[in-house]
Design a protein around this ligand. Structure first.
Ligand code: FAD
Length: 153
């Protein structure tokens, strides 16, 4: 099994898309992530996986808190901006529980870091959800490297 085959296999798992947001030293930073899962109901815990070399890793280690914003099907541009695929765009963040959130997301979760684990070239952050907001709408989805089952020619 080489890296390419592993990536191809993992891409067969259809997911939603989130933007993780956090703020350290007055700098608001966002990062697109689909490695997100619900972990526990009591206490209410979720998990995200962040590349060790990602700027977001440093931001969360400093802030010790972050938000997870589950994107709607109208927010593909947000996913592309925070994955570095669309450059130099100004994004206006809302504030929720004193943390930055992406406006009009399906769900925004405000989390404190509950635990963290090193896992190879990523850091796993378990977040304790301190509050959340929910809106109606359809999700942005990601499968085989494409959004919402788009066909590429
Ligand atoms: P950068 O690469 O510096 O920032 C990312 C982009 O966001 C840059 O273009 C930056 O300009 C922009 N940005 C950040 N903050 C702001 C702001 N305040 N205003 C405007 N623009 C801003 N990586 C993972 O580690 N885990 C995952 O689960 C994961 N899932 C992914 C899922 C999808 C669908 C995609 C497309 C990518 C995923 N990635 C994931 C890759 C990750 O999104 C990119 O590698 C990202 O560039 C890493 O971000 P960074 O924190 O290193 O910061």
């Amino acid at each position: 099994m080489d890296d390419r085959m592993f990536r191809t296999a993992m891409g067969k798992f259809a997911t939603g898309v989130t933007v993780i947001a956090s703020e350290a030293n007055g700098d608001v930073h966002g990062m697109t992530a689909n490695a997100f899962m619900s972990v526990s109901l009591d206490p209410k815990l979720i998990l995200i996986s962040v590349g060790k070399n990602a700027k977001m890793n440093q931001t969360i280690q400093e802030a010790r808190k972050f938000t997870v914003n589950i994107l709607s099907d109208a927010q593909q541009e947000m996913s592309m901006i925070f994955a570095g695929q669309l450059k130099d765009r100004d994004v206006a963040f809302d504030t929720f529980e004193g943390m930055p959130v992406i406006e009009n997301s399906l769900v925004s979760l405000a989390c404190n870091v509950y635990d963290s684990h090193e896992a190879g070239d990523h850091m796993l952050y378990i977040g304790e959800v301190v509050n959340l907001s929910v809106q109606d709408g359809e999700p942005l989805t990601f499968f085989e490297g494409k959004y919402n089952n788009q066909v590429t020619s």
